[in-house]
Design a protein around this ligand. Structure first.
Ligand code: FES
Length: 304
């Protein structure tokens, strides 16, 4: 007997989340919320700070440790007698930390791909419900109803922990927050890659060079400057945007390349992100000119 798509027995949580990412049922809500987040998070420097451009790493995951850790500790203390004050303090600490954590998460979510936005919306709703339960727990404790306060807190802990699992799926399965430039760099040949005569490259204009001279074809973004050239993997660290289609600009005295998809900006000399939503550096290859031909090689850290 044919089974319905949504009634597969034993469907894993991961599969269910992937189906959610493929379904457009939430899109009517997501669009206006995303627009509101983008309006609220201005100027760009605020959003960049929340993305973690200053850190070279998304700040949402480490921030999320604080509320979850505080609430887990409160849950342990609540299970033991004589710890009401300490548990209440930890719950309040978690609530205070939830504010910047949510802001950083919202900034990343607003610049993510549609599947990540759909799953991220569920993650956000569950976290919001957890926060509401913890606020209720604090109110109950303030009124002297510690039994209700404990119950609400355990409900909040269950929701926040489950939501953290969804956050893990977003990162590890859907690739939210990971460097797509690193993934692209891993596919490159470990040998010197020939990119043709240096003089064939236009001056000061990003171009695509595709090398087929090994069993690992390479797509690289090349910017020639006189007798030298910058060579980068042609995949933005944010969501793999084609960097060779980007424009050059100057930020803080450094020549930079702007990703054509969402405006992530990278210093050409070392690949570091200087504007979000990208936070991780884009991989810059070592270069040499041999017999007038430009050659590039992936950095040591990617050699297997
Ligand atoms: S793909 Fe989003 S900034 Fe490049």
């Amino acid at each position: 007997m044919a089974r319905g798509r949504d009634t597969v027995p034993g469907m894993s949580i991961s599969t269910a989340l992937d189906r959610l990412a493929d379904a457009g049922r939430l899109d009517g809500v997501i669009r206006p919320v995303r627009g509101a987040v983008n309006k609220l998070m201005r100027p760009q420097a605020v959003k960049d700070a929340l993305h973690g451009v200053w850190l070279g790493h998304p700040v949402h995951p480490p921030l999320a440790q604080v509320p979850l850790g505080a609430w887990m500790s409160a849950g342990l203390l609540d299970a033991l007698p004589g710890n009401r004050k300490q548990a209440t303090l930890l719950i309040a600490t978690g609530l205070a930390a939830a504010v910047p954590t949510a802001a950083a998460g919202a900034a990343d979510w607003s610049e993510s791909e549609i599947g990540q936005q759909r799953v991220g919306a569920v993650h956000a709703v569950m976290n919001t419900a957890a926060v509401a339960l913890y606020v209720g727990s604090l109110i109950a404790r303030a009124r002297g109803d510690h039994r209700l306060g404990r119950r609400l807190a355990y409900g909040g802990l269950g929701l926040a922990s489950s939501s953290a699992g969804i956050g893990g799926h977003l990162a590890y399965s859907q690739g939210a927050g990971v460097s797509h430039a690193t993934t692209a760099a891993r596919t490159l040949s470990h040998d010197w890659i020939d990119l043709g005569p240096l003089t064939d490259l236009p001056e000061g204009k990003p171009v695509l060079r595709v090398s087929q001279d090994s069993d690992r074809p390479a797509s690289l973004c090349v910017v020639r400057r006189g007798a030298e050239a910058h060579v980068l993997v042609d995949a933005c660290s944010h969501l793999s945007g084609p960097l060779h289609q980007g424009d050059l600009t100057e930020v803080g005295g450094d020549e930079c390349l702007v990703c054509p998809w969402h405006g992530g900006t990278f210093a050409l000399k070392d690949g570091r992100a200087v504007r979000g939503p990208a936070v991780a550096a884009v991989t810059v290859l070592r270069t040499r000119v041999s017999d007038g031909r430009l050659q590039a090689r992936v950095p040591e850290r990617h050699l297997g």
